[in-house]
Design a protein around this ligand. Structure first.
Ligand code: UDP
Ligand code: MG
Length: 340
């Protein structure tokens, strides 16, 4: 589904004012949602040009949809899209980006880990010409040391493997200009490793530092197994290096085996051969069997993803969408200007 974009207007002083879209993916956030909404709206009311908020409910099973409905009823600038089931944050964000109509879009988590108070500085950076404003975490409060260490290791690995540099400590909290959003919306793949896609589209990118807070209420939906799979998505989606590694490991081990064979041959010729070496034999066989299975596993990871991509299924289904009417919209036709 694609939406009609809202063009920028000019204010009384002749300066362009543009509607900003805020995309919020939400999944089972009943505890924190009212507090988040209050803080968000307080900030947005200061934004010249108006705003729309698109809450994408990712198949919540708690009272989240009812709370969102209340927001929509009380404020027409709030749009709500209910996905038909839980598709995952990446898909929910994609839905929000496609429904967005503002001249720039900010993606923010609902758990108040990303402070809404930073929105004006992000908009300033966009006014200064940035297409993508990445929010870089200076600190990661409320996260265990294990999560910090694994996150560090992951960024290290993915940056060694991937063609596009992926910034460390940058999450999904960011601003995108309309052309960056339009570029992202053309990407069809099922593998929505958004950090990678945001980097892949290019355009003028800037980063702002901020302190990431701990979750205000509720709990993180990211457990280690999920994070591990997420890391695999990132690596397989943006690099074919693991496939090449299998080739090189194969070549290296074959060369090693060859040298080992030569050693035995020479030994047999010079000092003769006694029938020993059974342990060596079994260890070698098991070692190579293991290597082969590992290489097959790597191929399998790519093949599995190819299989999923080949079906070309839609990314998500929207069960119900109630569109927003952006606040403070100046709709006089004669003062419309192009989207900035
Ligand atoms: N989220 C979502 N779908 C999911 C999981 C999470 O839309 O399947 C939303 C969630 O409601 C929150 C944001 O994505 O607004 C970030 O989720 P979370 O706080 O669990 O992730 P973390 O901050 O731990 O990375
Ligand atoms: Mg969070």
């Amino acid at each position: 589904m694609s939406a009609d974009n809202i063009p920028c207007n000019r204010d009384n002083a002749g300066l362009p004012t543009c509607v900003v879209t805020i995309v919020v993916p939400v999944y089972n956030e009943e505890e924190v949602l009212p507090a988040f909404h209050r803080r968000l709206i307080t900030v947005l009311e200061t934004v010249a040009g108006g705003f729309e908020v698109i809450y994408v409910d990712d198949g919540s099973r708690d009272a989240t949809p009812e709370i969102l409905q209340q927001f929509h009823v009380h404020n027409p600038a709030i749009g709500i899209a209910l996905l038909s089931r839980n598709f995952g944050k990446e898909q929910a964000m994609s839905a929000g980006l496609r429904l967005s109509r503002g001249a720039c879009v900010i993606v923010i988590d609902a758990d108040l880990q990303d402070p809404p108070e930073l929105i004006p500085s992000m908009i300033d950076a966009w006014h200064q010409g940035a297409d993508v404003v990445n929010m870089r975490r200076r600190s990661r409060e409320g996260e265990t040391w294990l999560k910090k260490v694994t996150a560090h290791a992951f960024y290290h690995v993915i940056n060694r493997l991937s063609d596009v540099p992926m910034q460390k400590n940058v999450g999904d909290f960011r601003l995108l200009s309309r052309r960056a959003v339009d570029a992202l919306n053309t990407l069809q793949e099922q593998n929505r490793y958004m950090k990678g896609l945001f980097a892949w589209i290019g355009f003028r990118q800037v980063s702002l530092d901020y302190d990431r807070n701990a979750r205000v209420a509720g709990e993180s939906k990211w457990h280690y197994w999920r994070l591990w799979n997420f890391a695999l998505e990132g690596i397989t989606g943006f690099s074919t290096v693991p496939l090449k590694v299998a080739t090189y490991v194969g070549v290296a081990s074959a060369a090693g085996a060859f040298a080992y064979a030569a050693y035995f041959f020479i030994k047999a010729l010079t000092v003769g051969d006694s029938v020993s070496g059974f342990p060596t034999l079994i260890v070698t066989i098991l070692f190579f069997a293991g290597l082969q299975l590992m290489a097959l596993g790597v191929i399998g990871e790519y093949l599995g993803r190819l299989f999923i991509e080949s079906k070309r299924r839609p990314l998500y289904f929207i069960e119900n969408y109630q569109s927003s009417v952006p606040a403070a919209r100046q709709d006089t036709d004669n003062n419309k200007v192009d989207i900035i």
